[in-house]
Design a protein around this ligand. Structure first.
Ligand code: NCD
Length: 306
C-alpha cells in the first residue's frame, strides 16, 4: 500500500511510467468495454472537506468502473463529525474500519499527511489547501505526454494564481524530473510563485522567467497552463477583487500560439479562458478531464498494491 501525498514522492520516472502505462491500458480497455474488475470487493471512501466536481466524481467513477464500492462524505466540513470537534486522527481511524482506501481533500495545508500517519489504509491527497494536489499533477503530466509525445525540451507557461494554485506546486515537482524544459510564470506580483518553489528550480538549474507579458510567453510556448485565482484562500475579499481577472485568454490570443501548442486548465475556470476557445483543437482541458479518469484508476490500483 502507498499513500499518495505530494508530487515530490514521484522522483522516480519509472513509477510515473508505470502509472501512465496502466492508465493507457485502462483507456484502451474502456474503449473495448472490458475494464478489469480489479477492485471488486474493495470500498473506497471519498472524504471532501472542500468543494469538488472533477476530483471527487472522477475518483468515484474510477472506483466504480474497477468494480469497487464507494462511500462518500462530499461536504465533510459541514456533515461529518469534524463540526462537532472530532480530530482528523479520530475521523481517519474511524474510516479505517469501513474502507480500503481514503481519498481526502481539505483546506488545511499538510493535514492529509498528518492523517496518513494514523491510517492503516492508503490515503490519497485530493488537495490540501494551497499545498499539493498530486493526482491532478499526474493527470496533467499524462496529458502533456499524450499530446506533446515528450516531457522534455518543452516551454511551458503557467498563468494565474501561482502562489495558491496547488496543482501547479505538484506539477512543477513532477516536471522537475525531466530535462531541458523552460518555464514562464505569468501572474500579478501578489500571486507569484512561492520562494520555495523558485529555490527548487534554481537548485536544479531549471530555466525559468517571471513575467507579466502574456503575449511574449504565449509566442514561445508548447503548453499553456491557465489557473483560477483561488478566491477561497484570500483573507480579504478586496485583495481578491484586485487581482481576480488579471489574465483572460481570448480568441485574440490564439494568433500568438504555435499550431501545436496546447491549452490546459485544471478547471473549474471562472474567467481565465473564453469559452469560444473550446472548439479550437489546441484547447486540451476537456481531454485533460477525461485523462483524469484513467490516471485515477491507475492511482487507485497502485495505492492499494494490486
Ligand atoms: C483544482 C483544485 O481543486 O485545486 N481543481 C481540480 O481539482 N481540478 C483547481 C482549482 O480549484 O482552481
Amino acid at each position: 500500500m502507498l499513500h499518495i501525498l505530494s508530487g515530490k514522492q514521484f522522483a522516480d520516472k519509472n513509477l510515473i511510467d508505470k502509472i501512465f502505462k496502466l492508465a493507457n491500458d485502462f483507456e484502451l480497455a474502456d474503449k473495448k468495454g472490458e475494464i478489469p474488475q480489479m477492485l471488486s470487493k474493495k470500498i473506497i471512501a471519498c472524504i471532501f472537506f472542500e468543494p469538488s466536481t472533477r476530483t471527487r466524481l472522477s475518483f468515484e467513477s474510477a472506483s466504480l468502473r474497477l468494480g469497487a464500492g464507494v462511500i462518500s462524505a462530499e461536504n465533510a466540513s459541514v456533515n461529518s463529525s469534524s463540526t462537532k470537534g472530532e480530530t482528523i486522527e479520530d475521523t481517519i481511524k474511524t474510516i479505517n474500519c469501513y474502507a480500503d482506501a481514503i481519498v481526502m481533500r481539505h483546506s488545511e495545508n499538510g493535514i492529509v499527511e498528518k492523517a496518513s500517519k494514523v491510517s492503516n489504509v492508503p490515503i490519497i491527497n485530493a488537495g490540501d489547501g494551497s499545498n499539493q494536489h498530486p493526482t491532478q499533477a499526474l493527470l496533467d503530466l499524462y496529458t502533456i505526454k499524450k499530446e506533446k509525445k515528450s516531457l522534455e525540451n518543452l516551454t511551458i507557461t503557467f498563468v494565474g494564481d501561482l502562489i495558491y494554485g496547488r496543482t501547479i506546486h505538484s506539477l512543477l515537482e513532477l516536471l522537475n524530473n525531466y530535462s531541458n524544459n523552460k518555464f514562464y510564470f505569468v501572474s500579478p506580483k501578489e500571486l507569484s510563485l512561492p520562494a520555495e518553489n523558485k529555490k527548487e528550480l534554481l537548485d536544479k538549474k531549471i530555466q525559468f522567467e517571471e513575467t507579466q507579458n502574456l503575449e511574449e510567453a504565449l509566442k514561445n510556448s508548447d503548453v499553456i497552463y491557465m489557473t483560477r485565482v483561488q478566491k477561497e484562500r484570500f483573507k480579504n475579499l478586496a485583495d481578491y477583487e484586485k487581482v481576480k481577472d488579471s489574465f483572460l485568454l481570448t480568441t485574440e490570443h490564439l494568433k500568438y500560439l504555435k499550431k501545436d501548442t496546447i491549452i490546459m486548465h485544471p478547471l473549474p475556470r471562472v474567467n481565465e479562458i473564453d469559452p469560444q476557445i473550446d472548439n479550437d483543437p489546441r484547447a486540451a482541458y476537456f481531454r485533460q478531464v477525461k485523462n483524469g479518469l484513467y490516471v485515477r484508476m491507475a492511482i487507485l490500483v497502485l495505492a492499494l498494491g494490486i
